[in-house]
Design a protein around this ligand. Structure first.
Ligand SMILES: *Cc1c(COP(=O)(O)O)cnc(C)c1O
Length: 424
């Protein structure tokens, strides 16, 4: 490099603002020091983080490449054009919009493009694995739109497609949504498409959680079946914290207008540059191998936990996450989360289908393998991790000084030192 690069200069920040510099460093130490099993998290590459910490953050670029409301956009246009082209190629899509600030923002654009206030959407219920933005009462989506919810079948714990069809015919929603934040199984996109066609609905897939597995060609793609696919870029995909969407050409104008100016102001050009870097990473054979390993690891983890009496809902997983029912071991999700936390294992409590507990307590935990797989761990380490989770959950304590917390934490330390996050 011949020019000094302004951004990512830790020494300069530490000299000016030691308090925030300290947070940046201690957060990195927290990441390195424990097991990160939150299914919606991952660890972006230094290349992605470098694009994020760049002067592109300064630029106002309302509009789209070549059609901006501001001057001086020639350079950032290049970044957005690369991001769009790479995204379309990666997902084999007609059209991409890389401006949504987050998954929730991408979802807002779907409502903005296809629905008037008060119109109907059919989506998965939150307690069965959906998402806040799929019509819950606390979200704009449930306040301003009429949401009807389907759930999972009580026996299979998988999406009840017959119920989806029945509700679609009964309510004739404008939009039908597939996808959620706690679905361990593959989704039957063909069936959803057929149901949407039967009632003349737009078929929207919220692929926030699993788009990385699609990008890595480890699971089938929703893109050929859906009118629009929204996603986050920071989950399995491993890019910057942000969102994006791809759609059929016929919906391109409506969705672009819904992202800007209907829902958002200026795009975050540094994040868009980071998305371009991420899409390039995702097109490599290394990333494809990663995506397959994420699933293989999750299946190994779920199988071992099952041996301990911690039951994966649906009997297992096809993806990067497993939802675990703790009723068999008599521990609540909230207690399990606290005990694991004290032992250096970060995961989250989660409602399971037909959960008898309230959401703040829950009967389950959700565990995912994107982070540990990024760290290079394989199925052998998953067995160890499952054993550690079992020990922390069934014998542990929320007190970090408890003997079990200490013992598990010591083994966690050994594991993460062998497979470091962001190696020094
Ligand atoms: C994570 C997630 C979102 C929201 O993404 P944010 O970037 O947090 O706004 C939306 N839908 C689903 C299904 C998700 O899992």
């Amino acid at each position: 490099m011949t020019e000094p690069f302004y951004g990512s200069d830790y020494q300069a920040l530490a000299a000016f603002d030691p308090q925030i510099a300290d947070v940046l460093l201690t957060e990195l130490e927290r990441l390195r020091g424990g097991l990160q099993l939150i299914a919606s998290e991952n660890m972006s590459s230094p290349e992605v983080l470098t694009a994020l910490g760049s002067t592109l953050s300064n630029k106002y670029a309302e509009g789209y490449p070549g059609r901006r409301y501001y001057g001086g956009c020639a350079e950032v246009d290049k970044a957005e054009e690369l991001a769009i082209e790479r995204c379309k190629a990666l997902l084999d899509a007609d059209h991409a919009n890389v401006q949504p600030h987050s998954g929730a923002s991408a979802n807002q654009a779907v409502y903005g493009a296809f629905l008037q206030p008060g119109e109907k959407i059919l989506a998965m219920s939150l307690p069965h694995g959906g998402h806040l933005t799929h019509g819950t009462k606390v979200s704009f989506s449930g306040k301003w739109f009429d949401a009807i919810h389907y759930g999972v079948h009580p026996e299979t714990e998988n999406i009840d497609y017959d119920e989806v069809e029945r509700l679609a015919k009964e309510h004739r929603p404008k939009v039908i949504c597939a996808g959620g934040s706690a679905i361990p199984r593959l989704i039957d996109f063909e069936r959803f498409r057929a149901i949407a066609d039967e009632v003349g609905a737009i078929f929207w897939v919220d692929a926030a959680h699993f788009i990385g597995l699609v990008a890595g060609k480890a699971i089938p793609s929703p893109v050929p079946h859906a009118d629009v696919v929204t996603f986050t870029t920071h989950k399995v995909l491993r890019g910057p914290r942000s969102g994006a969407l791809v759609c059929r050409e016929e919906h391109a104008k409506a969705l672009d207008k819904a992202v800007f100016p209907m829902m958002q102001g200026g795009p975050q050009m540094h994040t868009i540059a980071a998305k371009a870097v991420n899409f390039k990473e995702c097109a490599t054979p290394e990333y494809a191998a990663y995506a397959s390993a994420v699933i293989e690891n999750c299946q190994a983890l779920a199988a071992r936990l099952q041996e301990h009496g911690i039951r994966p809902t649906t009997g297992g997983t096809d993806t990067h996450l497993t939802l675990l029912d703790l009723q068999g071991v008599g521990v609540t999700g909230a207690d399990a989360e606290a005990r694991c936390d004290a032992a250096g294992i970060t995961l989250n409590k989660n409602a399971i289908p037909n959960d008898p507990q309230k959401p703040s307590i829950a009967s389950g935990i959700r565990v995912g393998t994107p982070c540990v797989t990024t760290q290079g761990m394989g199925v052998e380490q998953m067995t160890t991790i499952a054993d550690l989770i079992d020990e922390a959950v069934t014998a542990g304590d929320a007190d970090p000084e408890h003997e079990v917390s200490r013992r598990v934490r010591a083994q966690v330390t050994e594991l993460v030192e062998a497979f470091p996050a962001y190696p020094r």
